[in-house]
Every structure is written in structure tokens, then in C-alpha cells.
Design a protein around this ligand. Structure first.
Ligand SMILES: C[S@@+](CC[C@H](N)C(=O)[O-])C[C@H]1O[C@@H](n2cnc3c(N)ncnc32)[C@H](O)[C@@H]1O
Length: 279
């Protein structure tokens, strides 16, 4: 495909406005249906996806290794097909062979979790893995112990949406506060989100990002980093998801406001990576 040189405003102008009555849309359900549909190919359609290796390198995870298995283990919130957990387990078993680790992947998409289970390599004695079908917006899962580490990666936090669009920032705040509550004092939160500064790039990456998705011009608010994206799904309908793009300042304010401390942020390509501590 030829790279386009256009900015996101051009793309928005090109798109048809949505004529769907949004008052009847349940955005959480829409989002789940879209992610269900993406499960088989994820993350092939997402050129902004970042690997566990990147996280490990940029956030100095090797130094933090001993902290990841004090008691409660690791939760990957919105784990998708658990590609990060898979790499994390491989890293753990090489770096700390024989040491016990408990990892939990949680997602609201059954097909994502089914793929995670299917593709997970042979179990290792020292690593206990489990998957939970659950909703971060309406959490009904509680780990038996406070966790050592929570991961929320590749803009899962930006995908958070409740039943309607008006409460997305409140939903994000609530979900972030839940992450902090799940962690033991001193526990580690690792986040990666999309960087709003990258939204209006003119090198074609934004058009690549929206390659198989249609940006809804009526419901999106580019200046605030809020996109609503539609995708043609296998059930013959279009379904939509929300994708919020963050500024570094916003990430800092959000995490501090729910009680995280010791924040370290870096921007790598289109992603903001952040590590933070539970007070
Ligand atoms: C962009 S994908 C990221 C997947 C994974 N974190 C990664 O980095 O590869 C977002 C994931 O979050 C899940 N998700 C979105 N909203 C959710 C919610 N409210 N509760 C649980 N999972 C959710 C989706 O099903 C999807 O698997």
C-alpha cells in the first residue's frame, strides 16, 4: 500500500460522517464486539503496537525482576491474546529459572482469551497462569492477594468505555483507581498508551492506523485525543471502539490523582510508556 502524506484532519474530512443514532448505541458492547472480531489477527492491524521487549528495555524491567513475585503476582489488564504475558513468562524463566511467578490475564473478549489459552506455550512448573473473563469497567474479579504488578498495555486504558461516550474520562479514572487498589504498597504499575502528539503526523502512520477502521468524524474529537473508530466485522455489521490518545501531562495527572507515585515516563515512537508505584 502506498504511504499517504496527509494529516489526520485530512483523513477526517475524507471520511463519511456517521449517521448512526448514538443514543441507542451501547459503546461497551460495541467495543467488545469489535475486539472479539479482531482476536484472530490482533495486532496485525495495529501498526502502533509495542512489544514486551520494548517495555523491558525502556522501563528497566530487568532491575525490577525480584519485585514481580513477592506474593501476589502479575495482572495483565486487558491482556488480549496475552502476547506480553507470553514474552514475560519466557523472560522470567530465563532470568529467574525455577522462581515462582503467578500471572493472570484479564479481558472482556472471549475470543481474545481463547486465543491466549490456545497459543500459550507448554506450562512451566514454576509459573502459574490463569485467564479471567472480566470487565475492567464493571469489575467483579478480585485477586486472592494484593498484586505485585499490574500491566495495562498498548492503549487498553485508551479503549476503556462504559455504556456511553460522556463518561469515558471518568471511566478511565475509575479503572486507574482500581488498578492502584489491586496493588500491594510499593507494587508496580506498567502502562503504555498512545501519544497524542503522534495523532496529527503526516508520514502516513495515522492513515495506516485507520487502515481497516473508519474514523467517525461526528463522534471523534481529535483536539482532545478522542477517536471513535468503526470496523466492518465478520457478523456483517460495523462495530466501533473508542481510542483515546494521551499527553504525557495527562498520564501524570491521571496516575497521581489516583495515588500513584514515583512516575517514570518515556515516549517511544507513538507510545508513552510509564512505570509508577502504589503508595
Ligand atoms: C488494544 S488491545 C491491547 C491488548 C494487549 N494489552 C496488548 O498489549 O496486546 C485492548 C484489549 O483490551 C480489552 N478491553 C477493552 N476494554 C475492556 C474492558 N472494559 N474490560 C476488559 N478488557 C477490555 C480488549 O478486548 C482488547 O483485548
Amino acid at each position: 500500500m502506498q504511504p499517504h502524506t496527509m494529516n489526520v484532519q485530512d483523513i477526517l474530512v475524507e471520511q463519511r460522517g456517521s449517521d448512526i443514532a448514538t443514543s441507542s448505541l451501547d459503546f461497551r458492547r460495541e467495543s467488545r464486539m469489535l475486539f472479539d472480531d479482531c482476536a484472530a489477527t490482533y495486532p496485525a492491524m495495529d501498526p502502533y503496537w509495542g512489544s514486551f521487549d520494548e517495555l523491558r528495555r525502556e522501563l528497566d524491567l530487568d532491575d525490577l525482576l525480584p519485585e514481580l513475585a513477592v506474593a501476589g503476582g502479575v495482572l495483565d489488564a486487558g491482556c488480549g491474546p496475552a502476547l506480553h504475558l507470553r514474552d514475560m513468562i519466557a523472560w522470567w524463566t530465563t532470568q529467574a529459572p525455577g522462581s515462582r511467578l503467578q500471572v493472570t490475564g484479564l479481558d472482556f473478549s472471549k475470543p481474545m482469551l481463547a486465543r491466549a489459552v490456545r497459543e500459550l506455550p507448554e506450562p512451566v512448573d514454576s509459573v502459574r497462569t490463569r485467564f479471567v473473563l472480566g470487565d475492567l469497567v464493571q469489575p467483579d474479579w478480585h485477586p486472592p492477594h494484593l498484586l505485585d504488578c499490574v500491566l495495562c498495555l498498548n492503549n487498553t486504558l485508551g479503549n476503556i468505555v462504559g455504556h456511553d461516550l460522556h463518561s469515558v474520562s471518568a471511566d478511565r479514572l475509575r479503572v486507574s483507581a482500581d488498578f492502584r487498589r489491586l496493588l500491594r504498597p510499593g507494587g508496580l504499575f506498567l502502562l503504555s498508551v498512545f501519544d497524542r502528539a503522534n495523532l496529527p503526523r503526516t508520514d502516513g502512520t495515522v492513515s495506516a492506523y485507520s487502515r481497516d477502521r473508519r474514523i467517525d468524524t461526528r463522534l471523534s474529537d481529535v483536539a482532545r485525543g478522542d477517536l471513535v473508530l468503526w470496523r466492518n466485522c465478520a457478523d456483517g455489521d460495523e462495530h466501533c471502539c473508542v481510542s483515546h490518545w494521551f499527553t504525557e501531562k495527562e498520564v501524570q495527572e491521571l496516575l497521581k490523582s489516583v495515588g500513584f507515585t514515583d512516575l517514570h515516563l518515556c515516549t517511544i515512537g507513538p507510545r508513552i510508556l510509564c512505570s509508577a508505584r502504589c503508595q
